[in-house]
Design a protein around this ligand. Structure first.
Ligand SMILES: *[C@@H]1O[C@H](CO)[C@@H](O)[C@H](O)[C@H]1NC(C)=O
Ligand SMILES: *[C@@H]1O[C@H](CO)[C@@H](O)[C@H](O)[C@H]1NC(C)=O
Length: 263
């Protein structure tokens, strides 16, 4: 059982007004187009590019660098048994996200997105007590992790709803599966800074990066899912769905025609 709380990644969604005209960075696709998947890949790539520096119009902070005040990790069973907190977390690298493919389900509009993040760095202040790969670890101080060549498959469930005569995607669930090509990491001040133990442990964790990263998989997956869910909800509550997919079939009245009385 793992528990994870991301405290403080609160995006102030209710304050800003949603887009009422299509922003420049949006590429609109037609689901009926036989090349929809190619168009959609390009469209999602442009969206990621715009997210790097953030979208102040809808109060969306940058995703590169991404600041997370606090991540709390409690994981009680399995190869990882940790009680840890990461504070003042800065994640760099999402700005270079490459969209590999993008598909949208014809019936329920679920998004299937595959992206690649060539180089990511996660820095912060950790406070840790627990075991990873049977090694007891205790310490607090600065740390960094650098996963490389991360590919992420993202499945997003959406529900359509109507607001102010526009349709919007309500992103209800995000599920991710990821793979990484390598990982480097460093934790300063392990074991109260007994440097022989600290250096040896860091060297051990780095040379065993594969099982270390496997043992952190549930935690990392959940962290990525929480971050993506927050961002996607914030974007799609503010970006009318027809700006992305023009020929969306909704059970609402056609958005483009002003609604008439009761005829
Ligand atoms: C990145 O990973 C993919 C598979 O996930 C692999 O095909 C590709 O060669 C890797 N690229 C680099 C630069 O390591
Ligand atoms: C989005 O979906 C969630 C979960 O089904 C629901 O609680 C929420 O009210 C929905 N929001 C809107 C704006 O439809």
């Amino acid at each position: 059982m793992e528990k994870l709380f991301i405290v403080g990644l609160i995006l102030h969604g209710c304050v800003a007004d949603h887009y009422t005209t299509k922003p420049d960075f949006i590429k609109t696709c037609l689901k009926s187009d036989p090349n929809f998947d190619d168009c959609s890949k390009e469209s999602v790539q442009r969206l990621f590019n715009a997210l790097g520096p953030g979208l102040p119009d809808i109060n969306l902070p940058p995703i590169d660098p991404l600041n997370i005040p606090k991540i709390r990790i409690l994981q009680g069973e399995g190869p990882v048994n940790v009680n840890a907190a990461l504070e003042n977390v800065v994640v760099t690298g999402f700005g270079k996200t490459e969209v590999i493919s993008s598909q949208v389900d014809s019936k329920n509009y679920a998004f299937f997105t595959r992206v690649r993040v060539p180089k990511m760095r996660i820095e912060g202040t950790y406070d840790l007590k627990g075991r990873i790969l049977l090694i007891p670890l205790v310490g607090n101080g600065l740390c960094w992790f650098e996963p490389s060549n991360m590919s992420i498959d993202i499945i997003s469930d959406v529900k359509l709803y109507e607001k102010d005569g526009f349709s919007f995607f309500n992103v209800t669930k995000v599920h991710v599966k990821y793979n990484i090509g390598g990982m480097k990491l460093h934790m300063s001040n392990l074991f109260d800074g007994i440097s022989s133990l600290e250096d040896g442990t860091n060297a051990y964790l780095n040379s065993n990066w594969r099982p270390v990263s496997e043992s952190l998989r549930p935690i990392l997956s959940k962290t990525i899912e929480d971050i993506l869910l927050d961002f996607m909800q914030q974007i799609f509550h503010n970006l009318p769905a027809n700006f992305m997919i023009e020929d969306l079939k909704t059970h609402f009245t056609n958005n483009k025609k002003p609604r008439k009385g009761s005829d």
